[in-house]
Unconditional design. Structure first.
Length: 452
């Protein structure tokens, strides 16, 4: 077969695949199937219990959903209290949050110091890892490189398949510490081999926090301001965990339930987060905002901003999807506490970077978008901006390339994934096996010579 014949055959097979894998939508209603593990009212199907994180955005009273201000808790502690606590003391909080998620309680000063020291030591990659596993196989997608780096750790681990909790903890802390290094070096390989840029490798410094180390490793000079590091640390804290119902945390639990190794489970979670429906939302917000800035001549004119938001919703502008990216959430209704906290610190950096005009445009859209949505869609649904609305702007102000936005999410969320893996191994110990009902009609086997 020629290459043309192969392509034509693939086209033919594609039609077959689409035709023979289409389930009649009426069957989902007939058998009360929870598509996407969602109930008919949009809430998630209850499939487990957790003490790690809780997302709260509404209450249900006599089957009526009543919106409330959003609340996010880590191990029962309100995220706002956690953030206020470490910021008031003038220190970074991501390492403290990692400890809290893994061990279920806040560390005392001695434990926090030892845990930070442990993470600092674990950041140093095994001999030859960077050369052989990262630089020799550069990828155009950092999430792909991250997943491959995680799987490669298996080969460097003297005891990779041991799922006793002590060993899983060691593997978890190593991965949490090394994710920023995998991502930073993966980006250096991408920039050099695929973009023709100079490559510079900074060895991580044990005394620096996760946020400081990441900024140090991705910048040629290794320099950063306190405001920059503080804001990146806050972003990592806010993305570290979001309940067991999100796709990547659930993926971690599903794969962990089989009894497989830590690297396989976490690599699967990375693959989940790589999907644009899960981890790429802030990139869409950034693209949308660039489009708005190009087409709205006066950013302070609310009428003009409303006019363009309406064009986006009616599929006349931007990507014609009819979506205002960064608006709305599966659980939060009146507010997303992560967006509230990130917005406060984003203002400080916008002042430092002389980008208050852009920041004010974001706040204007935050105010107007729910009203425009209600009018255009004739909807009474309560909508608020979510954390993705401001996180892309924060990363842009930090000079972080767009290719690193989703990997940064992973650098943070690895803490939550590892916590969920531990909880699954300790508390559940049963392989997940959901049911799928076959709705295909019975057919007879046809001998090869008689087939059309």
């Amino acid at each position: 077969m020629s290459n043309k014949d192969y392509l034509e055959f693939i086209d033919e097979l594609t039609v077959l695949a689409k035709t023979n894998n289409k389930i009649n939508t009426e069957n989902y209603t007939k058998y009360d199937v929870k598509k996407g593990l969602r109930n008919s009212n949009g809430t998630g199907v209850l499939v487990g219990l957790t003490e790690i994180g809780e997302v709260h955005g509404y209450i249900v009273d006599e089957e009526e959903v009543i919106p409330v201000e959003g609340r996010l808790t880590y191990r029962g502690i309100n995220i706002q209290d956690i953030v206020n606590g470490f910021q008031k003391e003038g220190r970074h909080g991501f390492e403290e949050v990692c400890y809290l998620l893994l061990f279920g309680q806040l560390p005392n000063a001695e434990h926090l110091a030892k845990f930070r020291q442990m993470m600092g030591n674990y950041r140093i990659l095994p001999e030859g890892f960077m050369r052989d596993m990262i630089l020799k196989a550069p990828s155009k997608n950092i999430m792909n490189k991250l997943a491959r780096s995680v799987l490669a750790c298996y080969s460097y681990d003297p005891n990779p398949d041991d799922i006793r909790i002590k060993n899983v903890l060691r593997q978890s802390i190593e991965l949490i510490a090394r994710f920023p290094v995998f991502v930073a070096y993966g980006y250096q390989a991408l920039a050099h081999y695929h973009k023709g840029q100079s490559m510079f490798i900074h060895k991580p410094r044990p005394e620096l926090s996760t946020a400081e180390n990441f900024l140090y490793m991705i910048r040629q000079t290794g320099e950063y301001t306190k405001t920059e590091a503080d804001l990146l640390d806050l972003s990592l804290v806010l993305h570290a965990e979001h309940g067991g119902g999100n796709n990547s945390a659930f993926t971690t639990r599903v794969v962990s339930s089989t009894g497989t190794d830590t690297y396989s489970a976490i690599a699967a979670a990375v693959g989940s987060l790589k999907g644009p429906k899960h981890g790429g939302a802030n990139l869409q917000v950034m693209k949308m905002m660039e489009n708005i800035k190009e087409h709205v001549t006066n950013w302070t004119d609310e009428e003009e901003v409303e006019w363009y938001l309406e064009k986006i919703l009616t599929r006349e502008a931007f990507d014609k999807s009819g979506l205002i990216y960064g608006l709305g959430h599966a659980v939060y209704t009146l507010s997303d506490p992560r967006a509230v906290l990130l917005k406060k610190k984003a203002f400080d950096l916008a002042q430092e970077k002389n980008r208050l005009d852009e920041f004010n445009l974001y706040t204007t859209i935050e105010k107007l978008a729910p009203k425009v949505f209600a009018r255009v869609k004739k909807s009474k649904k309560h909508l608020c901006v979510n954390v993705d609305f401001y996180s892309g702007f924060v990363y842009d102000m930090l000079g972080i390339p767009s290719e690193l936005c989703t990997p940064l999410f992973a650098i943070s969320r690895i803490a939550g994934w590892c916590a969920h893996r531990l909880e699954e191994l300790i508390s559940v110990k049963t392989i997940m096996r959901p049911a799928y009902k076959s709705v295909v009609t019975r057919k007879e086997y046809v001998p090869l010579a008689e087939r059309q």
